[in-house]
Design a binder for this molecule. Structure first.
Ligand SMILES: *Cc1c(COP(=O)(O)O)cnc(C)c1O
Length: 394
């Protein structure tokens, strides 16, 4: 029998996790309830013992959340997904489940700012040691491996530098040393990068970004490949409580349906914007994986199915010029976050990556003048005109 997994991702995005509902509703109902009534005392007891399948309490299970989780598991090619209250709740769930005091982690040096502070601050406090290395050179991972390395954590393209890591090569190195590979796939989405096919063990996303895509939800997800790992993670998530709620699940599930269309347009726009920036006399450098000039263009071609919608650049006038640009653009909104239908611009050193501290930032090549742009689905010519007008003032 044909299942949803037999279809292409374009079809899966529309149909995965969708069931038959009461009244013929074509979208999942929102079960906005915290708890579920038992038929009688014995029924409640059977549910708690796991002798019977059913719902107890929404921190543990909720049908609207499960529908979305099912969809994400299918489109990412995993066995199960766990909806989380935020991308950081997803990152936390993975580390809390996989690490104990005395363990060692290798993490890409250019990752989402709070991921570095979660590892070095909170998990450091509990006796987990992390080395932040430039994972774009696989040999660096090889050198950093220790007998107690449990997790190699990779974000590729890395936030905000867009530096790529070869998932396949790093997975081989990590697995040889008995470590698991966790990939933050937020910047690419399951459409543009398939970490499980490249050897990753666990994938996570901030669904706040491309998966929901409309800048109206904060949410995250962890995707795993087998039931045992799912149970391990579910236990931790249920106990620590960072679950997603039914309404946000509904919104993310709704957002998924247009992911392909949104990404297609924002990727096309991104290439146009990146080319414009690259050709502008006031721009010092542009990093966009779709540009021929991108340092890891070959790896991007091999590992990714598209270059995505994130651009990093620096102006010749450095930070001061960057500030002028960010303060003067009209269509690009000065805001953190990314992956939505609207174009955003922000300054990592003073915003998303401020918590890292300057020294660690510079080591990760996050310069003071670096500007990060998330390109939306507006008209490309109008986006370029907006940047052009801003650059004239710089
Ligand atoms: C935003 C982001 C996160 C954190 O997600 P939240 O939903 O903000 O908690 C993690 N990783 C990457 C790459 C992100 O862009």
């Amino acid at each position: 029998m044909q299942t949803i997994r037999d279809f292409t991702i374009e079809t899966q995005l529309v149909h995965a996790g969708i069931d038959e509902y009461e009244f013929g509703s074509v979208v999942p109902p929102i079960y906005q309830t915290s708890t579920f009534r038992f038929k009688d005392v014995d029924h409640g007891a059977r549910l708690f013992k796991g002798e019977e399948d059913g719902y107890i309490y929404s921190r543990m299970r909720n049908p609207t959340v499960e529908a979305m989780e099912k969809a994400i598991a299918v489109i990412e090619g995993g066995s199960h997904a766990l909806g989380c209250a935020s991308g950081m709740a997803a990152v936390h769930t993975v580390f809390a489940a996989l690490l104990s005091a005395g363990d060692h982690v290798i993490c890409s040096e250019s990752v989402y700012g709070p991921t570095t502070t979660l590892l070095s601050g909170i998990f450091g406090k509990f006796g987990v040691q992390t080395d932040f290395v430039d994972t774009s050179v696989p040999e660096n991972v090889e050198r950093a491996m220790k007998p107690n390395t449990k997790v190699v954590y990779v974000e590729t393209p890395g936030n905000p530098t867009l530096v790529l890591t070869d998932i396949q090569k790093v997975s081989e190195i990590a697995h040889r040393g008995g470590a698991l590979v966790v990939v933050d796939n937020t910047f690419m989405s399951p459409l543009l990068q398939r970490p499980f096919e490249l050897g990753a063990d666990v994938i996570l996303h901030s669904m706040t970004k491309f998966l929901n895509g409309h800048a109206d939800v904060v949410a995250g997800v962890v995707v795993v490949k087998d039931e045992a790992r799912y149970r391990q993670f579910r236990k931790i998530l249920n106990q620590t409580g960072g679950v997603i709620d039914p309404f946000n699940s509904f919104l993310v599930h709704r957002g998924l349906k247009t992911l392909e269309l949104r990404l297609q347009r924002s990727s096309e726009n991104s290439l146009k914007v990146a080319r414009f920036l690259e050709g502008h006399s006031k721009v010092a450098w542009v990093a966009y994986p779709g540009l021929r000039s991108f340092a890891q263009y070959e790896l991007a071609q091999k590992q990714m199915k598209g270059a995505g919608a994130m651009i990093a650049c620096e102006l010749r006038g450095g930070l001061e010029a960057g500030k002028t640009l960010m303060n003067s653009v009209k269509l690009f909104q000065l805001a953190v976050s990314l992956g939505g239908v609207e174009s955003l611009i922000q300054h990592p050193a003073s915003m998303t990556h401020a918590s890292m501290g300057r020294e660690q930032r510079l080591q990760a090549k996050i310069t003071d003048g670096l500007i990060r742009v998330s390109v939306g689905i507006e008209n490309a010519d109008e986006l370029i005109a907006d940047l052009k007008a801003g650059l004239e003032l710089c």
